[in-house]
Design a protein around this ligand. Structure first.
Ligand code: SF4
Ligand code: SF4
Length: 250
């Protein structure tokens, strides 16, 4: 489900030749084809929506959703994902796969605690499999608009060698320029988010802890002497139990 934006028509052929595939033999083969001439037209097969895993969300998406008044609709599906390389992304969290014996219509819990690593290749939470359509197409994230083309700051990369849209005829020079521009925009927006997220996370957690401590101190100050004595007793018993457990471990 890819779509594009305009601009930058200089050195078309040079940039075409920069479009490249990564890593596997299969993708390197595709790279040769892509280098010759990259053409793409989404066939709307929806395979990407069925198996993309976490979809990175950027400030561009948040701003678009705020402008369209739909941010709240996305809240249950947003999560933070720390990748193995340490980068932290805001993502659309994929749906928990249907377990054996459960019907396809079993409601899914978006807050399910299954590790995101186990959800890397599952369905986007906003894809309706029965109707075969994106539930938020007009508000779909930038990442979906540029798929399967990405820009890494230097080169364009086709991230899904199996996307059936690759090689489809019908792409104009304007379409290609627009697709490249969207990929560049995605790279820029993702970088902004990756810089901001750890900082915001740190500030929010620090303030949250301060607020909790303040609430706790206020609650303590309102307690009667009897309640305080009871609380001390609970803490004392807990400390004795911990000490006892520790001796057993030794
Ligand atoms: S896998 Fe490719 S062709 Fe299929 S919907 Fe996604 S972008 Fe379009
Ligand atoms: S948001 Fe829409 S276009 Fe993007 S992966 Fe989900 S269903 Fe597909």
């Amino acid at each position: 489900m890819s779509e594009n934006n305009p601009e930058n028509q200089k050195s078309e052929e040079k940039e075409d030749s920069e479009v490249k595939e990564a890593e596997t033999e299969e993708t390197i083969e595709t790279e040769k084809e892509v280098k010759t001439k990259f053409t793409f037209k989404c066939t709307r097969c929806d395979e990407c929506c069925m198996s993309r895993g976490p979809i990175p969300i950027t400030f561009w998406d948040l701003e678009m959703w705020a402008k369209n008044g739909v941010v709240a609709n996305f809240m249950p599906y947003l999560d933070i994902y720390q990748k193995p390389d340490g980068t932290i992304d805001l993502i659309l969290k994929p749906l928990v796969p249907v377990k054996e014996g459960e019907g396809e219509t079993t409601p899914k819990d978006p807050f399910d605690s299954i590790p995101i690593e186990e959800l890397l290749e599952v369905k986007c939470p906003l894809y309706n499999k029965d109707d075969k359509k994106c539930l938020i197409y007009d508000n779909r994230p930038l990442s979906c608009r540029t798929y399967p083309l990405e820009f890494d700051g230097k080169n364009f990369i086709v991230v899904d060698a199996d996307c059936p849209g690759i090689g489809e005829e019908g792409m104009t020079k304007e379409d290609l320029a627009e697709m490249r521009e969207t990929a560049k925009r995605m790279h820029y927006e993702l970088t902004r988010m990756r810089i901001a997220l750890p900082v915001l996370n740190q500030i929010v957690s620090t303030n949250f802890m301060k607020m909790l401590m303040k609430q706790q101190m206020e609650a303590m100050s309102k307690m009667s002497d009897d309640d305080k004595a009871k609380l001390d007793e609970i803490f004392k018993k807990q400390a004795e139990t911990n000490e006892h457990d520790h001796e057993h471990e030794l």
